[in-house]
Design a protein around this ligand. Structure first.
Ligand code: 9YT
Length: 128
């Protein structure tokens, strides 16, 4: 089995800064689990357009406060510690942080770690 600690990821290539967020990739495709799992900080005061057309993502908030607006219907979903949201329809959305939010994010298919959001907030599917 595999163990890894957050402090071992900090400052490594598994720590990826997206500007509005800082993502610490605990598990990636190369770890062979069939999903990736990230401990991500969404910075207070930011708004990020995200559209995971190629992935499903579930996000569990463990600290902070913010909201997700699904752009198709304009519905605002409040987020705080203890809230999970699942983008089961590849929902295009705006993620807003009122305070720093700490999120546990799970992606399938797993991220390789090399993806960057394009202008539409999409991650491509990458293989090894
Ligand atoms: C919650 C969310 O989707 N934030 C954007 C970053 C992404 N979760 C990542 O790469 O960790």
């Amino acid at each position: 089995m595999l163990t890894r600690r957050l402090e071992d990821i900090l400052g490594s290539e598994r720590e990826v800064d997206g500007g509005n967020w800082n993502s610490r990739r605990l598990l990636l495709r190369e770890d062979g689990m069939g999903f990736s799992m990230h401990d991500t900080i969404i910075r207070a005061g930011t708004e990020t357009l995200i559209w995971y057309r190629n992935h499903l993502e579930a996000v569990y908030c463990i600290e902070g406060e913010g909201e997700v607006e699904t752009t198709d219907d304009g519905v605002i979903h409040p987020i705080s510690a203890g809230t999970i949201y699942a983008l089961d329809r590849h929902d295009r959305h705006l993620l807003r942080a009122h305070r720093d939010m700490r999120m546990i994010c799970v992606f399938t298919p797993p991220l390789t770690g090399r993806e960057v959001h394009d202008a539409d907030g999409v991650y491509p599917v990458l293989t090894d």
